[in-house]
Design a protein around this ligand. Structure first.
Ligand code: NI
Length: 170
């Protein structure tokens, strides 16, 4: 088990557009394994590669990490090919610690990507899984959930963060 360090806002790698992966090799498989370990131990329900400092188009997700029927999703070069409806759910992010806010998303999405064998995968997701996939694909485009809240809320969050960072022992 390998736990990677999770980058947090405002680290620049979170703003980088992740590069498509041309070759799904050993290194990518290992990265996916380590990302899953990192996500489960956090604990979190999704993680994008740039959150661990690697700007490549790779995500892992599992919306029921504590249940035995849980299922790990690993997607290479994921893209949203269809979306419908609207839903608002309170979101958090391992890269934006100690903050949650309601974000408006599509209720249903169809996501296409590759698995670690290079086979095409199409996932029709709704509810929480749809939200997680949109959140992680946002990460791969350098977008954070705090970009999708009101400017007022975002400014409040930034001010709080600046205060926290200014305290020498926190
Ligand atoms: Ni996140």
């Amino acid at each position: 088990m390998t736990i990677l360090e999770i980058c947090t806002y405002p680290e620049k790698v979170l703003r980088k557009r992740a590069e498509p992966i041309a070759d799904i090799d050993e290194e990518i498989s290992r990265l996916a394994d380590h990302m899953a370990d990192t996500m489960y131990s956090a604990p979190g329900i999704g993680l994008a590669a740039n959150q661990v400092g690697v700007p490549k188009q790779l995500l892992v997700a599992d919306i029921s990490p504590r249940r035995p029927e849980s299922e790990l999703i690993v997607l290479v070069n994921p893209e949203i090919i269809a979306a419908e409806g609207q839903v608002t759910i309170e979101e958090g992010c391992l890269s934006v610690p100690d903050y949650q806010a309601e974000v408006k998303r599509h209720e249903k999405v169809t996501v296409r990507g590759l698995d670690l064998h290079g086979e095409e995968v199409v996932i029709e997701a709704e509810g929480l899984l749809a939200v997680v996939l949109q959140h992680e694909i946002d990460h791969l485009n350098g977008v954070l959930f705090i970009d999708r809240i009101s400017k007022l809320k975002r400014d409040l969050y930034k001010r709080r963060l600046r205060k926290q960072l200014a305290k020498p022992d926190s």
